[in-house]
Design a protein around this ligand. Structure first.
Ligand SMILES: [Zn+2]
Ligand SMILES: [Zn+2]
Length: 206
């Protein structure tokens, strides 16, 4: 009998925890506006940070806040000099900003890389535009491969794409959908519409 009481009590506690959680998420959707934090690395141009904030706010209907510039710790370095491992950067974001329980985007002009599978072959430490958890609260985008031509447009496209991963979206094969995989090239992304296909739009999770 005592055991049964214990089980009932445990169930009651479990129920309370769940009820509490669902109340919080309800409040988030209706009362509190979501905030996405934007963190530049030390040499990233401040005017571009502001422009990306506008892009994010306009597209996702959220608020954004900047946090003080950061540098990447040594443990995020890849075996190639000057190139940082994007997966490790996501871990660093989680570690440093996880307590905020909000999405955090790092904007950098440093090279970032990951082991990339392209056409069945793995390319280690392959330079990429960005990486984001899917779903999750961490993403990183680099301007280092864009040059100066149409930089703002290209960067915004990748920022919105990576945040799309954070909101739960996978890569998409619909032509001109912003969630399509750049396949290591990213050709002409500055001319692509900044929009999701209807399937991706429906799949957005908060
Ligand atoms: Zn992607
Ligand atoms: Zn799509």
């Amino acid at each position: 009998m005592k055991n049964l009481q214990k089980i009932v009590l445990l169930l009651a506690l479990a129920f309370c925890a769940t009820a509490g959680d669902s109340q919080t998420s309800k409040a988030r959707k209706t009362d509190v506006k979501e905030i996405i934090y934007v963190v530049p690395t030390l040499q990233f141009p401040p005017d571009l940070v502001v422009k990306m904030q506008r892009e994010i706010e306009g597209f996702y209907r959220v608020k954004t806040k900047t946090l003080p510039p950061t540098s990447f710790p040594k443990k995020c370095m890849s075996p190639i000099q000057g190139r940082y491992n994007a997966n490790k950067i996501l871990g660093f974001i989680q570690q440093k900003y996880g307590a905020k329980k909000a999405k955090v985007l790092i904007l950098t002009n440093l090279d970032i890389c990951t082991d990339r599978k392209l056409n069945g072959k793995i390319y280690p430490n392959y330079r990429i535009f960005g990486l984001g958890r899917q779903p999750g609260n961490a993403c990183v985008v680099s301007s280092s491969r864009f040059g100066n031509n149409k930089l703002q447009k290209k960067l915004a496209y990748v920022v919105l794409h990576e945040l799309g991963h954070n909101y739960g979206l996978e890569h998409c094969v619909t032509p001109h959908c912003m969630m399509k995989d750049a396949q290591g090239k990213g050709a002409n992304i500055e001319n692509e519409p900044k929009a999701f296909c209807s399937k991706c739009k429906k799949g957005l999770k908060s």
